[in-house]
Design a protein around this ligand. Structure first.
Ligand code: AMP
Ligand code: ZN
Length: 453
């Protein structure tokens, strides 16, 4: 399974995490159904945005993107997203991309203009099938240079971009010339390297369908030949006030924004998980009025689960001799398991799966009130919840991430070194990163001190 990962130009927002939580649900469900999963998630650490922003801050591309790679992995862990098997970074795979572009050149799918190389989409008759866009009538030679563009701009797209002064120190000297890859080529080259030319599943958000996935198909099918992907799955967006949450619309919240107002990552995970992946998920949240309906209802759903489990735990403490498991409870669990599996197997019907969970809680609560649940019943019911949690990942309380003091001291030393070298962009970036992790720095005459916010 190949999942398009973050462009590490800023902190990921919870809209991005809707996509990653959906992919996590898919991964966990496949494992629950006994499939073996090999998941690859790329890190886009070179593109128009990362270059522009790193230059604006006077940082090398690597120094700039490192902050956001680290932050992404921290948020992923806080949201209990299982680790993919491989997280390849684009900047580590330029030779593989060059090799693929060379194949495309040999097979006649490219042309050059002012040192850059473009994919000629008229050379691939199936272009547009995934996104249902028409490429006929396209003006010969009409092309786009930017990494992201809209459907109205169906054009030949850049595979390799010749160096321009705006790229500063970001370039690779390759047989294709001095320059850098376009965005789309990385996913074709890296999926091929780790999964081969033909693999099962490719995912992303719906905004990835065009142009990114359409271009990936064109590159992979034309370059490597044969079938590319068996199944594409795309999640609908997290929306706020009817609009896609996105950096460019300035209507986004990061996980850190939400945890700072008192909702735990567990609550955010539950919220992101709770709607079917193909329906838009509406966020009702307005910090200016204190309206946090979405997170409050996620929190109260979790409280229902917690209360139920503490009742089971209470019962487990009072084991009586000769206590046996009742047939009713066994039957109820079998029925619940069937509903849970049927729902997930039906295109990841999460509402059905959560329905099975809360249905079980309701039924068991009734039996508890009637004194019909034995100690061993309580144990098997809780075992069932734990087993379902392999898919849901919401049962356990949040664990505050351990503070790695040595790492913080190391970053403080790097910041001091940057300040001594008058590299204030770097020293600010380090302070900003620590701040985002909840660590505040105080410069005192005796040196820099840190504390948890
Ligand atoms: P980016 O970092 O912009 O390349 O996006 C990373 C992933 O987040 C992609 O799979 C996007 O489709 C997805 N994404 C971006 N915005 C949203 C949103 N508002 N809701 C759901 N997924 C999103
Ligand atoms: Zn991709």
């Amino acid at each position: 399974m190949y999942t398009c990962g973050p462009t590490v130009h800023d902190f990921a927002h919870i809209g991005n995490f809707r996509a990653y939580v959906f992919e996590d649900l898919l991964r966990r469900t496949l494992k629950y159904f006994s499939f073996t999963v090999t998941q690859v998630m790329n890190l886009t650490d070179v593109d128009d945005k990362t270059i522009r922003k790193s230059r604006a801050q006077g940082l090398s591309l690597n120094d700039y993107t490192r902050t956001y790679k680290d932050a992404f992995f921290q948020d992923r862990d806080a949201l209990r997203i299982e680790h993919a098997e491989v997280y390849p970074a684009a900047t580590d795979h330029v030779p593989e991309m060059v090799e693929l572009i060379q194949k495309l050149i040999e097979k006649g799918h490219t042309y050059e203009s002012e040192g850059s190389l473009y994919f000629r989409i008229s050379s691939f008759p199936d272009y547009g099938r995934l996104a249902n866009v028409k490429a006929e009538g396209l003006l010969a030679g009409a092309r786009v240079d930017s990494d992201e563009y809209e459907k109205e701009d169906v054009r030949d797209f850049a595979l390799w971009k010749a160096w321009t002064p705006e790229d500063g120190g970001v370039f690779w000297e390759t047989p294709l010339g001095k320059g850098r890859p376009g965005w789309h080529i990385e996913c074709s080259a890296m999926s091929h390297k780790y999964l081969g030319s033909h693999f099962d599943i490719h995912t992303g958000g719906v905004d990835n369908i065009f142009p990114h996935h359409e271009n990936e198909i064109a590159q992979s099918v034309c370059g490597y030949g044969g079938k590319f992907v068996n199944t594409w799955l795309h999640c609908a967006h997290l929306v706020i006030n009817g609009e896609k949450m996105s950096k460019s619309l300035h209507n986004f919240y990061t996980l850190r924004d939400i945890t700072q107002v008192g909702f735990s990552p567990r609550v955010v995970r539950y919220f992101l998980l709770s709607a079917h992946y193909r329906t838009p998920l509406n966020l009702v949240y307005d910090p200016s009025t204190g309206n946090a309906e979405s997170f409050e209802s996620a929190r109260s759903a979790l409280e229902r689960i917690d209360e139920f489990r503490s009742k089971l735990n209470e019962l487990k403490k009072h084991a009586a001799a000769g206590d046996i498991q009742s047939r009713e409870v066994g039957e109820m669990l079998d029925k619940s398991e069937r509903s849970f599996r049927t729902a997930l197997g039906n295109d990841l019907d999460i509402s059905g799966a959560l329905g099975a969970l809360f249905g079980l809680i309701k039924e068991a609560n009734r039996m508890l009130a009637a004194g019909e649940v034995t100690t061993s019943d309580a144990q098997v019911i809780d075992d069932k919840l734990v087993s379902w949690d392999r898919v849901l990942g919401v049962l356990e309380p949040d664990i505050a991430p351990a503070i790695d003091a040595a790492r913080i001291e190391g970053l403080i030393a790097a910041r001091n070194a940057a300040r001594a070298a008058k590299d204030f962009a770097r020293s600010d970036a380090i302070r900003k990163q620590l701040d985002a992790e909840g660590i505040v720095l105080q410069d005192t005459p005796g040196g820099t001190k840190w504390k948890k916010k």
